[in-house]
Design a protein around this ligand. Structure first.
Ligand SMILES: [Zn+2]
Length: 193
C-alpha cells in the first residue's frame, strides 16, 4: 500500500542520513549522553500528559504520525521549516511543548532543520529543556535520538558536529514541529532557567 511504501522510504532515509553523518559518531568531541527523568522539570507540569491511550492516529496527519510515533524521517530538503527564519518558537506538533527557539536555528546543509541547542538549555544542562536524548542503536551504529520530554514524540537525532559554542547539531524533522511567531517580533530576553 501507499502507507507501507511511505514507511519504507522513511526507514531508508534514516539509514541514508546516518551514513551522511557517520563521522559525527566517532568524533572525539562527543559529550556524555544525558538521560533525564521525565517528571522533574518545572514548567512542563502545566502541559497535558499523554499516555498510551492517546489516539495519535486521529490527532495527527499520516506523515506526522509516521515520523513522531514510529520514528520515521521526512524526505531531506522537503520540510516546511528548513528555510524558515521567522523569530519565534518551534513547538512539539503532538503536545505543543516549546522545543527550539529560532535563535538556535541554523543552516546545516543536510536537508533538515538544525538547531545548536534545545530551548531551556543552560550551558550544557538540558534538565530544563523539553527534549530528552536516548541512545539509538537501531541501525547498528551509535546514534542519539531526540524525543519530546512531555509526550515521547520522536523529533530527530543529535550529533556533535554543530557550530560553536555548543558543538551540537539537533537534526529535527519539520513535521515534528509547529512554529509560533513571537509577538512583536522582539528579540527574546535571556531567560533564567
Ligand atoms: Zn510533545
Amino acid at each position: 500500500t501507499a502507507a507501507n511504501m511511505s514507511r519504507f522510504v522513511s526507514r531508508l532515509l534514516v539509514v541514508v542520513s546516518h551514513h551522511a553523518t557517520a563521522r559525527a559518531v566517532v568524533s572525539p568531541r562527543r559529550i556524555p549522553l544525558f538521560i533525564r527523568p521525565v517528571s522533574t522539570s518545572q514548567g512542563l507540569q502545566s502541559l497535558t500528559r499523554y499516555d498510551e491511550t492517546t489516539d495519535w492516529q486521529k490527532k495527527l496527519t499520516p506523515e506526522q504520525y509516521v515520523v513522531t510515533r514510529e520514528k520515521g524521517t521526512e524526505v531531506p530538503f522537503s520540510g516546511i521549516y528548513l528555510n524558515h527564519y521567522e523569530v519565534g518558537m518551534y513547538h512539539c506538533v503532538c503536545c505543543e511543548a516549546p522545543l527550539f527557539s529560532s535563535e538556535a536555528k541554523y543552516d546545516s546543509g543536510t536537508g533538515w532543520p538544525a538547531f545548536k541547542e534545545a530551548h531551556g538549555t543552560w550551558e550544557r544542562d538540558e534538565s530544563h529543556a523539553s527534549v530528552i536524548r536516548r541512545p539509538d542503536n537501531s541501525l547498528g551504529s551509535a546514534g542519539t535520538e531526540v524525543l519530546c520530554k512531555n509526550c515521547d514524540s520522536h523529533l530527530g537525532h543529535v550529533f556533535d558536529d554543530g557550530p560553536d559554542p555548543t558543538g551540537q547539531r539537533f537534526c529535527i524533522n519539520s513535521v515534528a514541529l509547529t512554529f509560533k511567531p513571537r509577538e512583536n517580533n522582539k528579540p527574546e530576553k535571556p531567560e533564567e532557567n
